[in-house]
Ligand binder design. Structure first.
Ligand SMILES: [Zn+2]
Length: 161
């Protein structure tokens, strides 16, 4: 008999299509899981509105749960409240850093969108002497930075409020 806790554990196996080391649970994308009889409803919030990855995530959730024997799965998108980088779990932040992506800074300020003044510590040497190379990194959700000390280029997961 599958319980909601099991579903959460299964969802830890669904990775984000853009950052494969991150699961959708790490990212805080999964809002709720409910299981009534054998009908499973999963509510997710897209990280970035219009992110095409959401369709992929929805299909991944359904096929994963089917493979676990959960047949009746419905995935619902909710856009309110909008996802923010604050929802990334501590485990998720650690994984981002390990992957070489600077996790979003906790102190969110509006200048992030214009990034000039945002200090993003280098994920490699933790130097704060870094600069933004481009507002867009490997995907639109990230900005591209370089460390002035160790010269490491890296992506910064842009904050969203
Ligand atoms: Zn560095």
């Amino acid at each position: 008999m599958v319980i909601e806790k099991d579903i959460w554990n299964y969802l830890e196996e669904v990775s984000d299509p853009e950052i494969p080391v991150m699961t959708i649970v790490d990212l805080g994308v999964v809002q709720s899981v409910s299981l009534v009889d054998d009908n499973c409803l999963i509510v997710i919030t897209p990280t970035y509105s219009g992110c095409p990855a959401m369709k992929v995530i929805e299909e991944d959730i359904i096929s994963l749960l089917h493979s676990k024997g959960v047949e009746n799965v419905k995935v619902e998108l909710t856009l309110f409240p909008a996802w923010t980088t604050d929802w990334i779990s501590e485990k998720g932040r650690a994984k981002l850093l390990e992957y070489g992506i600077a996790p979003p800074e906790h102190e969110v300020d509006k200048s992030v969108l214009f990034a000039e003044t945002t200090v993003v510590p280098c994920p490699l040497c933790r130097s704060r002497n870094t600069r933004m190379v481009s507002q867009f990194g490997s995907t639109a959700c990230k900005a591209h930075y370089q460390c002035n000390d160790c010269l490491e280029p890296y992506d910064y997961f842009k904050c969203l409020k």
